[in-house]
Unconditional design. Sequence first.
Length: 97
Amino acid sequence: MNLSTLDQFRLIGLIEGISYLLLLFVAMPIKYMLGDPSYVKVVGMTHGILFMLFILLQIQASSKYNFQAKDNMIYFVASLIPFGTFFTDVKLKRVAI
């Protein structure tokens, strides 16, 4: 399976978005309500690695597909907001066409 840079960016965006939701809505409540920080350590580390990969792929996709500065900022800021990468994926689908 040979994915384009844009497809890789979209895929990591979706996986990173899911890891963010797991961190916020599963691991954090377990930590603070049940007193078990182990989930935050595992999910947090995974999310951090995925986030760095997301940024790297954003830079590559931006260079290859000539994203405008405004779009780059939207993709980055959306990655900081829960569910944000799911909304930007719709915009990225249009770039692929």
